[in-house]
Design a protein around this ligand. Structure first.
Ligand code: GLV
Length: 342
C-alpha cells in the first residue's frame, strides 16, 4: 500500500480559523474537538485514538501515558510558544515530534503584559467597578491614585523575544530596564545594553530595585515557583508584579497572601497554577487584575499561531524537518514510522 495516498489524521484541540483549515484540508483529515475545559487524561486518550498528529493548546497536557495509549500518534504541534504541557524527553523516546510557535505572538503578549501594568498602576479595573457600583461622588484630587511610570525601574525576568518586546514598550513609557535571563552572559547582553540601555542583574537585585516586574520566562524545572514568599518579600512595597508567562512560575498562594497583606502595590495575572481554576480569594482583592490567559488573543496573532503549528505538521508529514521542532533527535524515528522519506 502506498502510504502517501492515505491522508494522515489530525486532531485539532479547539477550533481552527478558516484560512488554516484551507491550508491543511487537502493533505490531512482533521477533526476539531471543542471543549470548555481541559480534557481529562482518559478523555484525551479516547479522543486521540487513530490520530497521527494533534494540534493542541496550552491547556492540553500530552502525558507519557497518553503517548503510550495512542500508538498512532506521531506528532504534537502546540499552538503556543510555551510547551510545559508536553514532555519533550518522553516524546523523543517514542519518536514523536513536538513543535511550538515562537515569534508570532511576541507583540500581542507584550501588549497584554503592558496593558496589565497600566491597569494595575492606574487602577483601571478598580475604577471601573467603582463607577458601576454607584460610588462616584465627583472629582476628588486623591481618588484612585497610582504610581507614575516615567523614570521608574522595570525588571524583566526572562529576556527572550517576548521580554524584549515588553522592554520596548516600557522604554517608550520612560522606564529604565534591568533584567535576568537564564543563559550565560553573551553578545545579546551587549546588544541589549547598547540598544535599550538594559542592564543584566542578579535576581535579588532585580527583585529589590524594580518598581515594576514582568515575568517572561518559560515554565520548567528551574523556573517552577521561582517567585515564592522569599522573593516576594524582597520586592518594594510599592512594586507591581505582572505575569503573562505561566502561573506556576509564581507560588500563587504566597502571592495571594502577599496581596491580602498589601505588601506590594498590585499584581496583574493572565496565567494561573491550575487553569481554569483561580482561587476565589483573589476575587475580593482590589489590588489584583485578573485575565483568563489571553496573552496572544488577537485575531491575526491567533491565526498566525495556528498557521505556524499547522505548517509544522504539513512539513513533517512531507518529510521536511519543521522549523520549530523541539526534539530534533526524534526526526529520523518519525520519518521511519510515517514511511515518508524526504
Ligand atoms: C501561550 O500561553 C503560549 O505559550 O503561547
Amino acid at each position: 500500500m502506498n502510504n502517501k495516498l492515505i491522508k494522515p489524521k489530525v486532531a485539532v484541540m479547539g477550533v481552527l480559523q478558516d484560512a488554516v483549515k484551507n491550508a491543511i484540508e487537502e493533505r490531512f483529515t482533521f477533526v476539531e474537538m471543542e471543549r470548555s475545559e481541559p480534557f481529562a487524561e482518559k478523555e484525551m486518550i479516547s479522543n486521540l485514538q487513530g490520530f497521527d498528529a494533534v494540534l493542541c493548546e496550552p491547556l492540553d497536557s500530552v502525558s507519557p501515558i497518553i503517548m503510550d495509549s495512542c500508538p498512532s500518534l506521531r506528532m504534537v504541534s502546540n499552538r503556543a510558544v510555551g510547551f510545559d504541557n508536553i514532555s519533550i524527553a518522553e516524546a523523543s523516546k517514542r519518536g514523536i515530534l513536538v513543535c511550538n510557535t515562537p515569534g508570532v505572538l511576541d507583540d500581542a503578549t507584550a501588549d497584554l503584559a503592558f496593558a496589565l501594568l497600566l491597569a494595575c498602576s492606574r487602577r483601571i479595573c478598580e475604577a471601573d467597578r467603582y463607577i458601576r457600583q454607584g460610588k462616584w461622588q465627583g472629582f476628588q484630587s486623591n481618588l484612585m491614585l497610582g504610581p507614575d511610570l516615567q523614570g521608574k525601574t522595570c525588571g524583566i525576568i526572562g529576556m527572550g523575544r517576548i521580554g524584549k518586546a515588553f522592554a520596548k514598550r516600557a522604554i517608550a513609557f520612560g522606564l529604565d530596564i534591568i533584567y535576568t535571563r537564564h543563559s550565560k552572559p553573551d553578545m545579546l547582553d551587549k546588544e541589549l545594553e547598547r540598544d535599550m540601555g538594559a542592564k543584566r542583574v542578579e535576581m535579588v537585585e532585580l527583585l529589590s530595585s524594580s518598581d515594576f516586574i514582568s515575568i517572561h520566562c518559560p515554565l520548567n524545572r528551574a523556573t517552577k515557583s521561582l517567585i515564592g514568599k522569599k522573593e516576594l518579600s524582597c520586592m518594594k512595597e510599592t512594586a507591581i508584579l505582572i505575569n503573562t508567562s505561566r502561573g506556576a512560575v509564581i507560588d500563587q498562594l504566597a502571592l495571594l497572601r502577599h496581596l491580602e497583606a498589601k505588601k506590594i502595590f498590585a499584581a496583574g495575572l493572565d496565567v494561573f497554577e491550575d487553569e481554569p481554576n483561580v482561587p476565589s480569594e483573589f476575587f475580593c482583592l482590589d489590588n489584583v487584575v485578573l485575565t483568563p490567559h489571553i496573552g496572544s488573543a488577537c485575531f491575526q496573532t491567533r491565526q498566525n499561531i495556528s498557521m505556524t503549528a499547522a505548517q509544522a505538521i504539513i512539513d513533517a508529514f512531507s518529510g521536511h524537518k519543521p522549523k520549530h521542532l523541539l526534539n530534533d533527535e526524534a526526526f529520523e524515528q518519525f520519518l521511519d514510522s510515517v514511511k515518508v522519506k524526504a
